[in-house]
Ligand binder design. Structure first.
Ligand code: BGP
Length: 470
């Protein structure tokens, strides 16, 4: 009973949100390098192709993980992490995306990071593309252009060979469904023009699916030990009422979101998505042989981020033009965070069941956490019982899914295991970590790392393989 032996407990980050060193050692400009800071009410701005003097670009310094990874990974080791989900910055390996040769300094950096993980007994789980696209690819139209599939595959080929034996778990695209969502999302998901049309976003998604399927095959070919997963950005909704019209409205909304894991897990587009595209006049850029590529490149496991649940119904239209995930309903049964995200541990069990029943693939929750603005107390320590409660309830929900429902789970990596930049707002104040980082919203501070109370709690959870949640 309980979590299986070898369960991958750990935490997660993304290069653009923690590394900083945005132009160090040959790194080229990436999508994140043109995103300013926003806040709860003002979205981040995208200033590509310029960087505007005087604006805060949070990824420039972030938490300086690029230079402090040894200290950070040692702290993860101290917590007993079995797994560290991180991403490689593509623009450290191919600074412009289409360079003739990879950048040795970038490759050597991740060698050192993976070696450091191994020294601490930590299995790296590597996201190949996490909201960080070399902006040298913009001249191709980014993912609108099939050539970018080849450039991505070249990047994969280089990292799969270089890190063979050091990395065994890979995720192709972070929250691949972001491509179909709002303007900022398609920019984040693939360096796309934020004003991209539905046709362009559908084309870009199509190319990412092909790229992902080819990457799965390449990874297996280079090292049969490799396991490659999909990563879905956890949008889930409940029907607003039991009115059949609400049930159908919610179902249609979910169908449009599940198109992404459907393609990656089943190897083909669902008919509902094809019909929707047909109605909208979208034509997918299918080449001969593509159907076989998608079929042969299904993933080994499915991962997702889980922060909140939503409500949808008869008035919900998945706005295909803006792709906005706002459904028009709220859930009176759930409390929300400072940033307005519902807190719904049972929803986690629900979604684990849903995906297990739908695909029968092993699952990992690779992002989950509570973003809070918090300060250390007089003793210099952040006391965060709210974070402990949050994770305790979500861990119980996973345990129920495993014990009571028979769901197969490989692991759980909490989001922002150390405080990092918020992807949505660029704020530092939205903190998820078990480790406090002394940096403010202007990215000033000592950058000292201090364990919060939750650090010691999570350490105990891992040491007891999820038995002791007290
Ligand atoms: C996911 C992203 C992450 C991450 C997280 C939390 O969508 O994959 O990169 O940041 O959300 O969001 P935020 O940072 O906006 O709180």
């Amino acid at each position: 009973m309980g979590f299986p032996k070898g369960f991958l407990w750990g935490g997660a980050t993304a290069a653009n949100q923690c590394e900083g060193a945005w132009d160090a050692d040959g790194k080229g400009p990436c999508s994140a390098d043109f995103m300013t800071q926003g806040d709860r009410t003002h979205p981040r701005e995208i200033t590509f192709p310029e960087r505007v003097p005087g604006k805060v670009y949070p990824g420039d310094v972030a938490i300086d993980h690029y230079h402090r990874y040894e200290e950070d990974i040692a702290l993860f080791g101290e917590m007993g992490f079995k797994c560290y989900r991180m991403s490689i910055a593509w623009s450290r390996i191919f600074p412009n995306g289409d360079d003739a040769e990879p950048c040795e300094a970038g490759l050597a950096h991740y060698d050192a990071v993976f070696d450091c993980c191994r020294r601490h007994g930590i299995e790296p789980l590597v996201t190949i593309s996490h909201y960080e696209t070399p902006m040298g690819l913009a001249k191709y139209g980014s993912w609108n252009n099939r050539q970018v599939v080849d450039l991505f595959l070249r990047y994969c080929d280089v990292i799969f060979r270089r890190y063979k034996g050091k990395v065994r778990y890979w995720l192709t695209f972070n929250e691949i469904n972001s491509m179909g969502m709002g303007m900022m999302s398609c920019y984040m998901a693939g360096g796309m023009d934020p004003n991209s049309t539905l046709q362009q976003k559908a084309t870009a998604s199509y190319h990412q699916f092909i790229a992902s399927a080819l990457a799965v095959q390449l990874a297996h070919q280079i090292d049969p030990e490799n396991k490659v997963g999909a990563m879905y950005g956890g949008i889930f909704s409940y029907p607003a009422t039991c009115d059949p019209a609400d049930i159908m409205g919610n179902y249609k909304f979910m169908q449009s979101c599940f198109m992404y894991p459907d393609v990656q897990c089943r190897g083909a587009y669902p008919t509902s998505a094809l019909k929707e595209y047909e109605r909208e006049g979208v034509v997918l850029p299918v080449l001969d042989g593509d159907a076989d590529i998608l079929k042969a490149g299904t993933v080994d496991f499915l991962t997702y981020s889980y922060y909140f649940s939503m409500v949808a119904g008869k008035d919900t239209k998945f706005d295909v033009a803006t792709g906005s995930p706002v459904t028009g309903y709220t859930n009176p049964y759930l409390k929300t965070t400072e940033w307005g995200w519902t807190i719904d541990p049972m929803g986690l069990r629900y979604t684990l069941n849903l995906f297990w029943d739908r695909y029968g693939l092993p699952l990992m929750v690779v992002e989950n956490g509570l973003g809070v603005s918090e300060e250390p107390g007089e003793d210099g320590i952040v006391h965060d019982p709210y974070r402990i409660d949050y994770h305790r309830e979500h861990i119980k929900a996973m345990r129920d899914a495993i014990d009571l429902d028979g769901v197969e789970m490989w692991g759980y990596t909490t989001w922002g295991c150390i405080d990092i930049v918020s992807a949505g707002t660029g704020e530092m104040r939205k903190r998820y970590g078990f480790i406090y980082v002394d940096a403010d919203d202007s990215y000033q501070g000592t950058f000292a790392r201090t364990p919060k109370d939750s650090f010691w709690w999570y350490k105990k959870v891992i040491a007891t393989n999820g038995e002791d949640l007290s």
